[in-house]
Ligand binder design. Sequence first.
Ligand code: ADP
Length: 461
Amino acid sequence: MKLRMRITLWFTCITGIILLIFAGSMYYSASSTREKEFFNYLQNEAITKCNLLYSAGLEPTTLQKIYKSNRMLQIEAEVAVYDTSFSLLYHDDVNIDFVKETPELLKQILILGEVGFYQKDWQVIGLKHQISDQTYLITAAAYDRYGYAKLHSLLLTMIALSIPALVMIYISGIFLSKKALDPIKEITRRARRITATNLDLRLPDYHTRDELSELAQTFNEMLARLENSFEAQKAFVSNIAHELRTPLTSIIAELEYLLAKPRSPVELHRSLQSALTDARRLSRMSSSLLDLARASYDPSKIAFKNVRIDEVLLDARELLLNANAEYSVEISYNQNFTTEMVDVLTCRANEYLMKTAFLNLMENSCKYSPDHTCIVRISAESNSADKGTGHVLSIQFIDHGPGIPDDEVEKIFIPFYRGKNKHLSNGSGIGLSLTKKIVELHKGTISVESGDQGSTFTVKI
Ligand code: ADP
């Protein structure tokens, strides 16, 4: 059964039960009011007749005549009067004598002063009445046919009204459940349209601060996380292609060179040596890229060890200059690193990934500036926030290139983004995003300052 039907039925049942309790209480209250009023009527009748007989001195036969004639037309209480020795003094109609007044009953009236009870459907009241110094025991009985008729009609009206009321409650239940569940329907409809190709779609948020809005927001947050990791995976695949292309191109070039014509053993050895170096680089790169892939899920899976950052910078420079002889990288220390301070140059890092990051920054500085020069400055700053190491290592990559416009500074770290100066060199827009990811993986930061006279990228670890 659908939730909507369940809500409707629950609503109808609960409201129906409340209606039933309400109607039952009304009927009960009407019934007890009738009973009380009729006992009052019987009491009045009993006292009035006794007063007429023994105070006003009316003839018993007159009263009996009135009783007989009234009985046919309206409710008339049948009254009997006894004295305290239980002898009958007056009776409206001894032939009818509905209430058989036993000595026990009269005794009870005498002791209690007043009793009321039912005999079949008839209500009977017995009471003690005093006129001058004479005590009378009076009984009065009658059937409240008007009262019962009213009660009966009230019951019929209630039954007749409760059927359309239940139908109306059921219809309102359908309306209410539709109103409550419509947003869920819309959320379901929208969620069905979300696939791997349109993860940017979001569920409707009604901003009503209710449970449904909370559910939609939670779903949207989950979708945002999914979209991010999906995008990250896509970017990562592109990163791999980008990183593998250079050594592969170099191996292909060497092999083509060898195959172009017969080569001397020296040339053969040199080319094979070069191809082997590239293949080893490829192998190292693929395992480090695998590290990076793992890092996207769990950084604890990456192999970190103590490395000297200045040595990693030297290796990166060597790699860059081997591939681009016209480039120049000048590495210098901003301060004297004493023997104790050498520790500051040692960080826990993944050597290959760090080298990749530094290589990207050096390459960018060289390729975008006309003098193809990158100045690298290493400095250590004391870090008051970190009481353990006490130092932050800062590496600046400075160039005298065209600089980066202010509106591009934030965007250059987005995967595949290439700036307006992209015509200055080939590229794919992946280098800086990869560098940023690596630096963040090492709990470092990367920032850039740029003007017309060049750019400075600062990595802090
Ligand atoms: P690529 O260099 O392959 O385009 P990157 O991610 O390395 O990709 O860089 C993104 C963009 O940032 C570049 O397209 C370029 O516009 C800008 N950029 C990066 N480094 C520099 C730099 N040193 N000087 C000027 N522009 C730079």
